[in-house]
Design a protein around this ligand. Structure first.
Ligand code: SF4
Length: 175
């Protein structure tokens, strides 16, 4: 399990938008490794909860959005986000993409990069700082391991195109 970069307290006090999305389907909804789909299915998650492109199917939030910033429009949420406590119900087994965020596996010009989401307020604040450098370098080393590179290669659904992402390191053998 990859250690969380953004502290939960920061998310709860400054943003609260993780695990929530402005569209029902987009590059931002979490994509799943094949092994994660098998694991969720074994745990009783119905196939309908996973989209044909191997992503978690988001649900509309409706009226349950009182705690969100006022500027936020229509909202869809991951079905594993707890309504009352804002916590991930599958946190110890959350998907690789969720473990990585606000870092991303990004496809650009036929290359694969470890990138970061500049829309995350914590990324904006910490960019260029020692903590950011140290964490991103550690993540790069982890993702450069043979087993991670194989997982990325075998699961092309987790390599997505994030146009505005900040590319940090090329994952040379993942393309
Ligand atoms: S699986 Fe958990 S961490 Fe990932 S989007 Fe859903 S609630 Fe958030």
């Amino acid at each position: 399990m990859i250690g969380q970069f953004v502290k939960s307290d920061y998310c709860m006090n400054h943003c609260r938008l993780c695990c929530r999305f402005s569209q029902p389907q987009s590059v931002w909804s979490p994509a799943l490794l094949d092994s994660e789909i098998r694991e969720l299915t074994c745990q009783g998650v119905p196939p309908s909860a996973i989209t044909a492109d191997k992503k978690i199917r988001l649900i509309p939030l409706g009226e349950d959005r009182q705690d969100l910033p006022l500027h936020v429009g229509a909202i869809f949420a991951c079905p594993f986000l707890g309504k009352d406590d804002n916590k991930c119900k599958i946190y110890p087994r959350r998907p690789l993409e969720c473990q990585l965020y606000p870092f991303l596996i990004n496809s650009r010009d036929k290359k694969v990069y470890l990138s970061a989401d500049p829309g995350c307020p914590y990324v904006k604040e910490s960019l260029g700082g020692e903590e950011f450098k140290k964490y991103s370098q550690g993540l790069y080393q982890l993702l450069s391991r043979t087993d991670f590179l194989k997982a990325v290669k075998d699961n092309p659904q987790i390599v997505q195109v994030y146009e505005d992402a900040l590319d940090l390191f090329e994952l040379k053998h993942a393309a």
